[in-house]
Unconditional design. Sequence first.
Length: 519
Amino acid sequence: MGKRSSSLYFNKAAGKFIICFFLMLVLPLLKVHADDPIVIVIDPGHGGENLGAEYSQYTEKYMNMAVARAMKEELEKYEGVVVYLTHESADVDMELIERAEFASEKNADILFSLHFNMSQWHNYFGAEVWVSAFDQYYAQGHAFAQIEMDMLTDLGLYSRGIKTRLNDREEDYYGIIRESRKLGLNAVLIEHCHLDQANDQPFYSRDAAQLKEFGRLDATAAAKYFRLRSEELGVDYSDYPVPAVDVPSAAVKPDLSPPDVCVLEMDHLDETSGEAIFTLTAQDYESRILYYCYSLDGGQSYMPLEPFPEAENAISFTVMLPFEQNLLICVEAHNAFDQETVSNVLEITALPDIMNQHEEPEIDIEAENSENTDAGSAKTESGAEADTEADRNTEEMMKEEKTAETEMDEISLEELAANLRTSQEQLSQVTYVYFGIIIAISLMILVLMILVAKIIMTKRLYKSKSNLGSKSAGSKKNKINKTNKSNKISYDDRSNNDRSNGRNNNDRSNNDNESSGVD
Ligand SMILES: [Zn+2]
């Protein structure tokens, strides 16, 4: 009995010991505990003098701050979670190591660094999430990133993938991830989308509410990952199927090599319309093909990037080829790590513009002139722009084909309006000339009339003077003297004063005549 009870006691004690030992092992791993809230630190990327990406009216640090605030606000609606921002204002300068230290001091379960992206040639679009390349940091980061990326793609963004990046020392490339890991903390960097590319602009350009939408999305992804629930929001993610990601045995390295396969074939060419159908076969054995774009000039310039379907090795696409040009068509395939491979080049000799040749007699001078101007300006543009121009011209040509009659009507109306404008302008010009001539003639008649009137007046005056002369000879003598005196003064004035010399030649000749007459 005694033996039995002692063995029972031993068994009980051993059982307790085993349970305690097991809990000691497991508890540090299971940080999620009823009384132990999840601590989430959100880092709005950049700040202070570090503006982040800048494009058009967009400055990244402000966008990151708006998203971070919205993420915090949303996360705080969940139970059992404490949320901090590394800094509260976009005007705060903060080193990456300081951000990691802040999160470490708060005993954070995870650090989310929020960003918006920009590419050198403003051609990339879509969202990407960067995670640590190492062990459980990779596994946890990747699990969260899958939830986040699923939600971003549901929103309509293109996935550029969940990726790792290493520096020359084979450490995590991104400082926030590297410094956090050194402190035993996992950091995930979210690049929501590109602020310099037309495909992504509809996701933030409309209003500020769109940035809040990103914040709510990030918060929901975090809530799903940590299996939180919110009475306020009426959601419970307690049983959310968080993806299981194996802990890698070695660093998960990024793909540093360009796509392995990139072959272009032409399937069909309609020489009348210029429509050509191509097939691009592209593959990257280490990552995936993200985008492709084609060139008509042997790779000197390319059209904008197009998404390449995931889990496919080939894509078919249609190009409206421009007429009257020898073409060198090739394609560039880009992988998820922004490495590209150029395909073989297909030579296509200039397609004759049959449609335009038939319509030649119909084209009016004005239309022809505008076409010549277009061609002239296109020549001065860069290759890429010229390409776009060429493509647009081709599209316009197709539209013309469909609505030829309507356009012809429009052209003749335009022509009529232009002619009317021209004749109106000509008419107004002629009117001005006639008006000018009439005014000039009127002025001349007026001057003549004044002259005639003056002559008549002078004659009348002379007659009345000679009548008076016979009545008073003394007064006449005085008058003659006065006239002589005044003439003399005038003469002296003239000879001594340059101003009177230069002022009026007619006055001088009169004076000369009169003085000589007196002398
Ligand atoms: Zn950034």
